[in-house]
Design a binder for this molecule. Structure first.
Ligand code: HEM
Length: 144
């Protein structure tokens, strides 16, 4: 290789690498690690079923539109995890303030979600990344 072609060779190599490399954001989001929308939808479905079978908290849903809550949870988890969704529900504080929820209620919900994530094969570390995003919402949902 002559000195004149070396920069060209490097440029071709750099181009090849840039074409080969996946976009930085496509594969490294929590959304992708969760398994994308199909897994999020099934996990939220199982999560709702767990909560409705959970004697500690099922009464809180007595007057709720369950289909709407499930749809809003899917949007919220999808958006929070970096997926291509927009949450169209109401603010967390507004939604939960009338329910007078306790820390025990919150912990029960987290257990029901963990069980749903286990059932859907979501690895422990990935589960904890989602839970870490939900944790700050404790102060908006727990009011007593
Ligand atoms: C990180 C914590 C929580 C998140 C992210 C969350 C998320 C949501 C979402 C997205 C909705 C639907 C909002 C809408 O309709 O616009 C909702 C509604 C609801 N959530 Fe939560 N929630 C949390 C904690 C809790 C807890 C601890 C309970 C009870 C144990 C609970 C019980 C309910 C009930 C009963 C509704 C329906 C309210 C209604 O029908 O007006 N939530 N929640």
């Amino acid at each position: 290789m002559t000195p004149r072609t070396l920069p060209q060779a490097l440029a071709v190599a750099a181009l090849a690498v840039s074409l080969w490399a996946p976009p930085a954001h496509a594969a490294d989001t929590l959304f992708a690690d969760l398994g994308g929308l199909p897994v999020i939808r099934q996990t939220v479905h199982d999560f709702m079923a767990n909560m409705l079978a959970d004697a500690r908290i099922r009464h809180t849903f007595d007057h709720s539109n369950l289909k709407r809550v499930e749809d809003m949870l899917v949007e919220q988890f999808c958006m929070l995890s970096g997926g291509p969704c927009t949450y169209t529900g109401d603010p967390m504080k507004e939604v939960h303030q009338g329910l007078k929820l306790t820390n025990a209620d919150f912990n029960a919900l987290v257990e029901d979600l963990q069980q749903a994530m286990d059932k859907n094969g979501i690895p422990f570390r990935t589960q904890n990344r989602l839970l870490a995003l939900l944790a700050p919402m404790q102060r908006d949902t727990v009011t007593r």
